[in-house]
Design a protein around this ligand. Sequence first.
Ligand code: AMP
Length: 209
Amino acid sequence: MKLILLGAPGAGKGTQAEMICQTLSIPQISTGNIIRAQIKSGTALGLRVKAIVESGALVPDDLVIELLKDRLAQPDCANGFVLDGFPRTIPQAEALEKICEIDAVLEIYVPDEKIISRMSGRRTCPACGASFHIEYNPPKTEGICDMCGAQLVLRADDDPKVVASRLQVYHDQTEPLIGFYKTRGLLKTVEGQEELADTTRLVKEALGI
Ligand code: AMP
């Protein structure tokens, strides 16, 4: 299955993407993780986009499209993938249509007020990119990544001051994709629930997995 996950930052895309990928044995492609890895390794691209990412703005379309194209060309994507955080703009969605045919687009809808309270509890693994929440999806050991054992951190762009501007960016630049994919008959919407297990059940039902 070639799937896109849509939703505001903090809606739970990353967590559901992990679940879907484990269920279907396909890779999770997170452009946010790819970009953070470039920043961490200090590549030319990483240095160019560091300040943009930390401000909560979007990286220019041409750079992200190139990164995604390279990633989708790798052999593990041949049987499908879940895109988490891409596309974020109409030009990115149009570029993706030229690269491959998508089977479904799943929107996880969560109102802004809930997003703001959720984001402050999010903890991310700087080593492997896994995402947790101190209340809704806690790691087995507090502050430690279940997947690789690294110390979890609050991402700079999850800082409450940055969250408000990331939500604005979502409404302005990414939300138009909902109409874009609705017109193409690809959109399914699930409302994010208080309990992670309830959202997971709704996502599985929506995708028939
Ligand atoms: P995420 O982890 O998906 O929330 O992404 C973190 C940050 O990386 C975003 O706030 C953007 O600065 C950048 N980013 C990730 N994916 C994209 C994309 N598809 N287009 C532009 N910028 C992106």
